[in-house]
Every structure is written in structure tokens, then in C-alpha cells.
Design a protein around this ligand. Sequence first.
Ligand code: SF4
Length: 92
Amino acid sequence: MTDREPSQRLEGPDWRSRANCCGTNAVYFFAPSHFERKPEKDLREAQARALCAACPVRGECLSYALRAGESHGIWGGMNELQRARLRRRVSV
Ligand code: SF4
């Protein structure tokens, strides 16, 4: 089991294979290596969220990100700040 990805251990073997963000769309989900201005970030994240909105595994994805403490990128339609706020609300 140690050779399997964390997502496979937490949520089952195949949710990522049904994700809308496979392939070239993945570029929208994480900040680029160069400095990104806020308007660029907002546009990139909006494009990612549009894909998440129609994603058949959105719930599994967000659940994984919250459990794993993913601190970067868009997961389940939420960026890192939104997930942190959700974690705080749930843990109160
Ligand atoms: S919810 Fe968004 S980030 Fe998660 S698998 Fe689907 S498209 Fe990718």
C-alpha cells in the first residue's frame, strides 16, 4: 500500500481518473512559477472553478484536499484560503 498515492488510500482507487482537470486543463489549478498579478490569478482561478463546477468528482476532490491539508492550488472548486476558512468553520 505504500506505493499508492494518498488520494487512493483516502478516497478509493479511481476518482482522479474521472477528474475534469486531467491533461492540459491542469495549468489553471496552480500558480505559475513566475509572479502572478491579482487579475491574472483571478482569471486563472475562475477558469479552474468553471471546470470544477462541472466535475463529477468534486466532492471526493474537496474531501481529499481537506483531509490531506493541501495548501496550494484549487481543489474541489476552492482555493487554499477558502479551504482554510472552511476548515476553521468546521473545527469550531
Ligand atoms: S473538482 Fe476541480 S480540482 Fe477537483 S478533480 Fe474536479 S476539476 Fe479537478
